[in-house]
Design a protein around this ligand. Structure first.
Ligand code: BDR
Ligand code: CA
Length: 334
């Protein structure tokens, strides 16, 4: 997994940790929601909290390929984890660069590994530069990024991950151009991920499954910054993250709920989600100041260029919530 943890990245990570049959090979940390060092600290702390302290955590790039890094404290909090105060991790960040780690892992287990990419695509673009055979070496690639019907969440038309590093996103899609359909990345764009709108009721159900209560998340008179009192540590930290995320979405006029984009991408990567895709040729705008980071998908071959992506066009929110409550709630119970 490559992520910029990030509240929904954290949920995705907890979800992967909750699945006993998932071999989480490594977690690489890309700057995006917060800087790369903070992402790596969050990843280490979360893996320890979720009972997977041995999973290697690495850092690659510290900045997007060409443009300066912009972070988003208003969405994910100053440390990327909302109101949560995660314990100081015991583990260390790997000395090896994340890009080398990716290449080494893919070469040593050809055809076995799935890349789950829930951050700007900078590290993955650098890995593709160094090892152009990466698309063939991997079993699959799942990307959270883009928006294909011109509704962004960062600018009027651009989604956050593609907006932070449009050059990397453009390079990644170009690298898959013309490959057989089964090799094309599965892309979870806003049209599918914004349907996975988590609500306090679902957090309460997750807490109940973990064997505790989380009443404050349901209170209508939320006080910004109030901390969870759940008896379970994992539930407490996830609640403190999600409360911040709910408040952010409410400030944006989206109601007291949160789009958990990266969790959905994780469920696609591990094969628990049912969904339908359509192939398309994706273009990422890298130049026009107003449109930078905007993704345009040609579903009908009008450009006469081969497809480079499979975009999720149908997914099932109820199924996604059931799976989350069962699995992450179950992790809390362990
Ligand atoms: C994406 O942007 C980030 O803030 C989230 O973690 C997610 O990966 C959604 O646009
Ligand atoms: Ca993310």
């Amino acid at each position: 997994m490559d992520c910029d943890t990030g509240i929904d990245d954290a949920l995705a990570l907890a979800y992967l940790c909750s699945l006993p049959n998932v071999d989480l090979v490594a977690v690489s940390s890309t700057p995006g929601n917060v800087d790369a060092e903070q992402v790596a600290r969050n990843n280490l702390a979360l893996l320890e909290l979720c009972g997977r302290p041995g999973v290697p955590v690495a850092i690659g790039t510290r900045a997007p390929l060409r443009i300066p890094l912009v972070t988003t404290p208003e969405t994910h909090g100053p440390f990327g984890i909302g109101y949560a105060e995660l314990p100081e991790p015991h583990g260390q960040i790997q000395a090896v660069d994340a890009v080398e780690l990716w290449i080494e892992a893919a070469r040593s287990r050809p055809g076995e590994l799935t890349a789950l990419l829930t951050a700007p695509l900078t590290n993955f673009a650098l890995a593709l530069r160094a090892e152009p055979r990466l698309p063939e070496l991997l079993r699959g690639v799942v990307i959270m990024g883009g928006s294909y019907f011109y509704q962004g969440n960062t600018t009027p038309t651009a989604e956050w991950n593609t907006h932070v590093d449009p050059d990397a996103a453009a390079e990644v899609f170009a690298a898959f151009s013309g490959l057989p359909e089964e090799r094309l990345p599965v892309v979870c764009a806003l049209e599918s991920t914004e349907r996975i709108e988590l609500r306090p009721e679902q957090v309460a159900a997750l807490a109940a499954r973990a064997g505790c209560e989380e009443p404050e998340l349901l209170a209508p008179e939320q006080t910004e910054g109030r901390r969870s009192t759940a008896s379970n540590e994992l539930v407490r930290h996830l609640s403190d993250m999600l409360r911040f995320y709910f408040e952010f979405h409410r400030r944006n006029g989206q109601g007291y709920a949160a789009h958990v984009h990266d969790y959905f991408a994780a469920s696609v990567a591990v094969g628990t989600a049912t969904y339908r895709t359509r192939t398309a040729t994706v273009h990422v705008e890298t130049a026009s100041p107003r449109l930078i980071g905007t993704t345009v998908a040609d579903f009908r071959g009008l450009w006469g260029e081969p497809p480079n992506a499979r975009i999720v066009v149908e997914n099932h929110p109820a199924e996604a919530f059931d799976e989350l409550v069962r699995s992450v709630g179950g992790l809390g119970r362990r």
